[in-house]
Design a protein around this ligand. Structure first.
Ligand code: SAH
Ligand code: SF4
Ligand code: F3S
Length: 442
């Protein structure tokens, strides 16, 4: 029998990219071949995100596009998997355009679901698990460069930030056996990868209990860093409440753990932070940043910010701007608050900041961050960084691109190096997004 062709589109965060690799692995063993062309696919899946309403609207648009494929070619199956599948469950089947719905903990059942599914006979599994980590599965990497790989170290989230849908779509937090994580890091390194990013919603609460000794996140970082000095280690996401001195010290101690921390602040106002159920204050946050910079003055720092959360005043907003000024993040992901059904905020607090006010505040936040990014990049002019080559620069094929340890993107003219090489580059100039460099002699 000819192999069935599987096409997957991935939306949302890096965890979803990692999950798509797990799905390719599970279905690959069942005789499904990966295709990058939707037009030849027997099975079309979208791995989805629910974090903001616009993420879900985008998927609704894709379902219409997939439906045209079903009309044109008989027998094509369309599946929605991931966070939106978990949030909306059966509702996704109502349109008759979806044949399969599977939540983030149900991927092992995809082969059976697909066998049973047929046009008009949809299948669904949205059970969340307390144990599933897909620890024993070797993901099939989807990035073609083969330089940088994601490794999921935990799933779910036990925090209850009041705006956030993730605990509902991903379930309770569980950590993955460190031996399987180290094995995966060894595997990717032997395949030629030079960088791993350890992923979790709150990596600092990683914890593995065992009779051989417990492993916390700092221990895990050291175990992965010990795989090989030429394997770079990054991670995301850190939680300001939980990031420990031990973690910061471990980063400083291992030359191959990149000095880069993504530390989402969300707001600079204590009143907002409390309402968001973030478990830290502005002062605590600034203290963590001070500690990080005292130990690693070269550490890249990025953040997430939400504009216009419930009841946010101009004063609250100014607190966010002043915190951003004070820290001067290298980069930030910035969002307007989007009410998510079922969350604590949706149940308790009116979404009462008018859209135009949210937009204006977000624009002020974005403009300020643009200035901070530029200031931070200008301060690097004249410095030399060791960069891992990712591939040709997007804008100019005669240039290569790669990241400095801080996470900043560097580009430089080069015809001598290849993806996966380490190159020393000197910063000559910059934009707010990129360091413009020159290769140093080897
Ligand atoms: N676990 C990570 C964040 C995961 S979601 C953490 O705790 O930091 C990624 C980002 O999306 C969040 O940091 C937040 O800034 C944003 N976000 C989450 N829910 C949102 C909502 N309802 N509206 C707008 N932005 C949201
Ligand atoms: Fe959402 Fe908070 Fe968990 Fe992050 S820590 S995923 S923002 S609930
Ligand atoms: Fe989105 Fe789910 Fe990630 S809601 S941000 S894909 S955990």
């Amino acid at each position: 029998m000819p192999k069935k062709k599987l096409y997957i589109e991935t939306y949302g965060c890096q965890m979803n990219v990692s999950d798509t690799e797990v799905v390719f692995s599970i279905l690959g063993k069942e005789g499904y071949d990966r295709t990058e062309s939707m037009d030849e696919a027997d099975v079309i899946l979208a791995n989805t995100c629910s974090v903001r309403d616009n993420a879900e609207q985008r998927i609704r648009g894709r379902i219409e596009v997939f439906a045209q494929q079903k009309k044109r070619r008989e027998g094509v199956l369309v599946g929605i998997v991931g966070c939106m599948a978990e949030r909306l469950k059966e509702q996704l089947l109502e349109s008759g355009k979806v044949d399969l719905v599977a939540g983030p903990d149900a991927y092992r059942t995809l082969p059976d679901l697909l066998k049973a599914a047929a046009p008009g006979v949809p299948q669904i599994n949205v059970l969340l698990s307390r144990e599933e980590t897909y620890g024993d599965i070797s993901p099939v990497r989807i990035d073609k460069g083969g330089v940088s790989a994601f490794i999921s170290i935990m799933r779910g989230c036990n925090n209850v930030c009041s705006y956030c849908v993730v605990p509902y779509t991903r379930g309770a937090e569980r950590s993955r056996d460190p031996r399987t994580i180290v094995r995966e890091a060894c595997e990717v390194f032997s395949q030629g990868y030079k960088e791993v990013t350890l992923l979790g919603q709150n990596v600092d609460s990683y914890f593995w209990k065992s009779s051989d000794g417990n492993v916390d996140f700092a221990d895990l970082l050291a175990m992965v860093a010990a795989v090989d000095p030429k394997l770079r280690v990054r991670f995301a996401t850190s939680n300001p409440q939980d990031i420990s001195d031990k973690c910061i010290d471990t980063m400083a101690a291992w030359p191959n753990i990149c000095h880069q921390i993504h530390l989402p602040v969300q707001s600079g106002s204590n009143r907002m932070l409390e309402k968001m159920r973030r478990r830290y204050t502005r002062e605590w946050y600034l203290d963590r940043v001070a500690r990080i910079r005292a130990v690693m003055p070269d550490c890249g720092l990025s953040t997430d910010v939400i504009a216009g959360f419930c009841s946010e005043t101009e004063e609250d907003h100014r607190d966010t701007l002043s915190l951003m000024q004070e820290v001067c993040f290298d980069s930030a992901f910035m969002f307007q608050y989007s009410e998510r059904p079922g969350t604590l905020a949706a149940r308790k607090y009116p979404d009462d900041v008018p859209l135009e006010v949210k937009t204006r505040r977000l624009n002020e936040i974005i403009a300020l961050q643009g200035e901070c990014s530029l200031r931070s990049n200008r301060a690097d002019i004249g410095k030399t960084f060791e960069v891992l080559v990712e591939g040709p620069s997007k804008k100019n094929p005669d240039e290569l691109c790669g990241r400095a340890p801080s996470g900043k993107m560097c580009v430089w003219p080069d015809s001598a190096h290849r993806p996966g090489d380490y190159v020393f580059v000197k910063v000559k100039d910059c934009t707010s997004a990129t360091l413009l460099c020159e290769a140093q002699q080897d």
